[in-house]
Design a protein around this ligand. Structure first.
Ligand code: APR
Length: 244
């Protein structure tokens, strides 16, 4: 079957073989850190220095990582297949863009960007951030009376915050004829509910590609299990062969 509009939801599992940790696997990030301390606005307000250190370590780790065969296969599908392909990623690692994908929606933000408190300036930022770092775009205004106005935070969506681009994502889910979920445990909403939105409309085929059945596995029409660098290229090959 030839698909014309493909939405691909990705999670930490697609980047696992690039050397970046996942969150909920046996050695995942949330087994080492309390997410309430490092991934909530309350945690940041309580101890901004600790949160900055957490994201500085993830940013440094990311700079040594490269896209893998799964990221590359999705970029190839977008460039060479007949369908319009949009990647909605929960990942903040920018590996899809570095693999060449252009239609990417980073719904949980981007680790290599920061945002200022004063004016919500979003800035490319591959370096460390501390509580002393001030927004260069705000200039002197950042040194307002409170002195904290120009502080920076990771441009990453924390628990309790609304993900980005939910409206365009909803429109894409409503218009797609293939929804593929790759490398996500199906634990965190709203992303975990996307398959239900697609099934509610009833016009699309739904596929889960994962190392093992996710929490949402039963809601997919088809599932292929294995490491992303194996199952994703094979799946893309199958799609392109069907279009040949
Ligand atoms: N290939 C394919 N899938 C893999 C691989 C691999 N090599 N390694 C792990 N996985 C799968 C795991 O089986 C698991 O189902 O990837 C999934 C990772 O799940 P999580 O660690 O929960 O990550 P994710 O689903 O992306 O988390 C969603 O939670 O903490 C928040 O904001 C954070 O975006 C994140 C969100």
């Amino acid at each position: 079957m030839t698909f014309r509009s493909i939405v691909v939801l990705t999670g930490a599992g697609i980047s696992a073989e690039s050397g970046l940790g996942t969150f909920r696997d046996a050695d995942g990030l949330w087994t080492k850190y309390d997410l309430a301390e490092v991934a909530t606005p309350e945690g940041f307000a309580r101890n901004p220095a600790f949160v900055h250190e957490f994201y500085n370590a993830r940013r440094r780790n990311l700079l040594g990582a490269a896209p893998n065969a799964a990221h590359a296969a999705l970029a190839h599908l977008e460039a060479h297949g007949p369908a319009r392909v949009t990647i909605v990623t929960q990942n903040v690692d920018s590996l899809h863009e570095r693999a060449g994908s252009r239609n990417v929606i980073p719904m949980h933000g981007e680790l290599l960007k920061v945002r200022c408190h004063a004016a919500e300036h979003v800035l490319d930022w591959p370096d460390d951030v501390s509580v002393e770092t001030r927004c260069p775009r705000c200039g002197d205004a950042a040194r307002g009376p409170a002195g904290r106005l120009g502080y920076l935070r990771p441009h990453v969506v924390w628990f309790g915050e609304m993900p980005f681009a939910m409206e365009p994502i909803g429109a894409l889910l409503g218009a797609c004829d293939l929804f593929v979920s790759i490398g996500t445990s199906g634990n965190v909403y709203p992303a975990a509910g996307f398959v239900d939105e697609v099934r509610g409309i009833g016009a699309a085929h739904t596929v889960e590609l994962n190392l093992e059945p996710s929490d949402g596995a039963s809601r997919f029409a088809e599932a292929i299990y294995g490491p992303a660098t194996k199952v994703v290229p094979a799946f893309v090959e199958r799609l392109l062969r069907a279009d040949a």
